[in-house]
Write a protein that binds this ligand. Structure first.
Ligand code: PLP
Length: 379
């Protein structure tokens, strides 16, 4: 049934062009400095202004995983436990274990794929020190309840907001309130810097720990580099990494940030809205709970009922439509328990999940085409 001349509809892709290329070119040709300097400083200030937080509250690093890792390292000691949903990108788990802490896999709510606090409650131990909610597809779920849960138990909250840049929660930007939020700017996220990520927090201890740790633990190296200087005489008091962002990448991110509210967010909302209205009558498909006005949808996962997921995926593939699975639950991976303990809700979801194409390069006609192909399959 595929139209041979129709290009494959991709699941996701980077939307970058001449403005980003010009920005990189200017860093290479005009500045000739590719390390962490004035572009990163400006990107941090612009992210802060966008979120409405002080400029020093943002720490840019070279990936979202690095952001989560440094946030975890700043707050946790080896052996501490972190409550985290199993249904997430493996980066979330890797960041926790990289910091020496233990990710404790929790169930998600079936309707939203956000962390199930009743299940998390059962997994609390004396070693539990933090909870890491994942804003699945951009939707933060009941974040107030997560904070209330954490407050009652004396836990820190590290938001994996990799999907959620640009979104709001109750009228406030994700990352502008709460404890610690981590974003990803990898190639296909709501905005990209090529690769990159950011920690945003009002906690000065986390900020100074992360800012030092991104530069091999060299104390106050961030301040020096932002002045165009190097640190030659310094102390190191913690484990550090080469996790800083490069000026080339920040230059891309700065252009993307300017395009977010004018282009990317409205396009993502519009396309996700088309999916929702077009697929709402398909009884074999269930869509996830969201808040269409406040979320910038990062992906468009659906649940396919009655064991038809793989057949639908095959049929869409034949129609030239790429699909994906977000995500293989981390507790099923050998390194994180190999399927033990059992998480029945998460495992059921895993068998139902299918992600349909969503990125700002799609047209409404593309989404219609995907929806028609889905409907044809169920007819
Ligand atoms: C993308 C992503 C990350 C990691 O970000 P990178 O920039 O790719 O390292 C973490 N968590 C989730 C849920 C993600 O989607």
């Amino acid at each position: 049934m595929g139209d041979d001349k129709r290009p494959t509809i991709r699941l996701s892709r980077s939307i970058v062009g001449k403005a980003e290329a010009d920005a990189v070119s200017s860093v290479i040709i005009d500045d000739g400095y590719l390390g962490m300097g004035r572009q990163v400083r400006a990107f941090e200030a612009e992210i802060a202004a966008y979120l409405g937080v002080p400029a020093e509250s943002v720490c840019c690093v070279n990936s979202g995983t690095a952001a989560l890792h440094l946030a975890a390292q700043a707050l946790l000691k080896p052996g501490d436990e972190v409550l985290v949903q199993s249904l997430t990108f493996v980066a979330t788990f890797q960041a926790i274990s990289a910091a020496g802490a233990r990710p404790v896999a929790c169930e998600v709510l079936h309707g939203s794929a956000t962390i199930d606090l009743a299940d998390a409650e059962k997994r609390l131990t004396a070693k539990t020190k933090a909870i890491m909610p994942v804003h699945y597809a951009g939707y933060p779920g009941d974040l107030d309840a997560v904070h209330a849960f954490a407050k009652r138990r004396g836990l820190r909250v590290i938001e994996d907001a990799a999907h959620a840049f640009g979104g709001d929660y109750k009228g406030k930007k994700i990352g502008s309130f709460g404890d610690v939020a981590c974003f990803s700017f990898d190639g296909i996220k709501n905005i990209t810097s090529g690769e990159g990520g950011a920690i945003v927090t009002g906690d000065p201890a986390v900020l100074s720990a992360a800012k030092d740790a991104r530069l091999l633990g060299v104390e106050k190296d961030t301040e020096n580099r932002f002045k165009g200087a190097r640190s030659w005489e310094f102390d190191v008091k913690r484990q550090g990494y080469r996790f800083h962002m490069s000026d080339m990448f920040a230059a891309v991110g700065r252009v993307q940030l300017r395009r977010l509210d004018s282009e990317f967010a409205p396009a993502r909302r519009k396309l996700a809205g088309l999916y929702r209205s077009s697929l709402s009558g398909v009884s074999a498909l269930k869509m996830f709970e969201t808040n269409p006005e406040s979320v910038v949808p990062h992906i468009f996962p659906v649940r396919v009922l009655d064991g038809k997921r793989d057949a639908l995926r095959e049929s869409l593939k034949n129609a030239g439509v790429e699909t994906g699975f977000h995500y293989k639950p981390a507790h099923l991976l050998s390194f994180y328990g190999g399927g033990s303990p059992k998480l029945p809700v998460t495992e059921k979801l895993w068998a139902e999940l299918l992600t349909l194409p969503l990125h700002p390069g799609l047209t409404p006609e593309d989404v219609d085409y995907v929806c028609d192909a889905v409907k044809k399959f169920f007819k």
